[in-house]
Design a protein around this ligand. Structure first.
Ligand SMILES: [Zn+2]
Length: 344
């Protein structure tokens, strides 16, 4: 059983001290996943902030409350970012300008943010839709995705032009107050996601790489259409599985928890079952199936349009996993649609 030392999250605009000098705050998200957790770590002359919340009005209004209630005359001295997604990076530039503080993230995440923000060819919404189309997504859904405007820029109104690079060289830890924090880089959800582990405090700020209730979204996108992000993700969990089990995990979504190794076993099991479901569906099918046709095997529940977008990406990722391990064959048919069948 995972253990949750805090039954309820801090109220909007309030904080909860989850460990000495480690503050938990929560920001809203306008999606089915309706919140993100952010962390303020007390440093010698202010706070180090981990992730920034979506760059929208609601989050910024809450930030104003935090500036007055929590920070008072202190400032944010440094921002650390786990990865480029809007709920994590959205307010980074805004906060950097306010506090004149540096920002650190991995090179992969910094470059990715700029590639999407500036609509470089393989990173555009159109490129994503084209990928989803080749995997059988119907026009009605592609139109609905296209009608959603530019979600990235809506969540990340401006981007920092420079940064400090995070590496996962464990000899080069980040010192916050007197505590060293190690950077653990993980893949599969984002190209170079950073988590932060403090051995002396037994804390892991896991970002999106280890979540208590939901499984991390496994991403496949147009610029790497034939990759196997599920393997990247499962391999990345090894670094976390090696951490002591009395580590308190501070995830980006859900409640802080104890039970790293158990959660990792659950996640491995979850993906194994999902792959079995796909194998079974391919076995029973009388013809090859596209990712769009297989989507309901992985996501049998009702999906809103935002969830469907990510569900397609994740279904392709699971099918690629079977294909690249020679468990499934992949056919590109005359209609341009990619379909999968069980390997003989
Ligand atoms: Zn994310």
């Amino acid at each position: 059983m995972l253990r949750y030392p805090y039954a309820t999250p801090p109220a909007p605009g309030a904080v909860l001290e989850v460990a000495p000098d480690v503050l938990w705050l929560r920001m809203p998200l306008p999606f089915a996943l309706d919140h993100i957790n952010l962390w303020l770590l007390r440093d010698t002359d202010g706070y180090v902030l981990i992730d920034c919340g979506l760059g929208d009005k609601m989050t910024r209004a809450l930030w104003e409350r935090h500036f007055h209630a929590i920070l008072r005359d202190l400032s944010i001295t440094r921002i650390l970012i786990t990865h480029h997604h809007p709920d994590h990076l959205g307010n980074a530039d805004w906060l950097m300008q306010r506090f004149a503080c540096p920002l650190s993230m991995t090179a992969g995440e910094f470059l990715m943010a700029h590639a999407i923000f500036h609509s470089c060819a393989p990173f555009t919404a159109e490129a994503t839709f084209a990928l989803f189309r080749t995997h059988g997504t119907e026009a009605v859904y592609l139109d609905a995705f296209a009608a959603q405007a530019d979600l990235y820029r809506a969540g990340v109104p401006s981007l920092p032009a420079r940064y400090h690079r995070l590496n996962n060289d464990i000899d080069r830890t980040i010192d916050i107050d007197t505590n060293p924090w190690q950077v653990i880089i993980g893949q599969g959800h984002a190209p170079e996601h950073a988590s932060f582990y403090a051995p002396t405090k037994k804390l892991l700020i896991s970002g999106d790489m280890l979540l208590p209730k939901i499984s991390t979204h496994i991403s496949i996108w147009a610029f790497e259409p034939e990759s196997d992000p599920l393997t990247y993700f499962l391999d990345s969990l090894n670094a976390m599985a090696a951490l002591p089990d009395n580590t308190l995990v501070l995830p980006s979504h859900g409640l802080p928890f104890y039970g790293i190794s158990e959660r990792i076993v659950q996640l491995r099991e979850h993906h194994k079952e999902r792959l079995n479901d796909l194998r079974e569906a391919l076995r029973l099918a009388s013809r090859p199936l596209s990712a769009a046709e297989m989507l309901s095997e992985l996501f049998p529940r009702e999906l809103d349009i935002h969830q469907r977008f990510f569900a397609i990406s994740e279904t392709i990722a699971h099918l690629n996993h079977l294909w690249l391990r020679d468990e499934a064959d992949r056919h590109i048919d005359d209609d341009g649609i990619i379909r999968f069948s069980l390997a003989l």
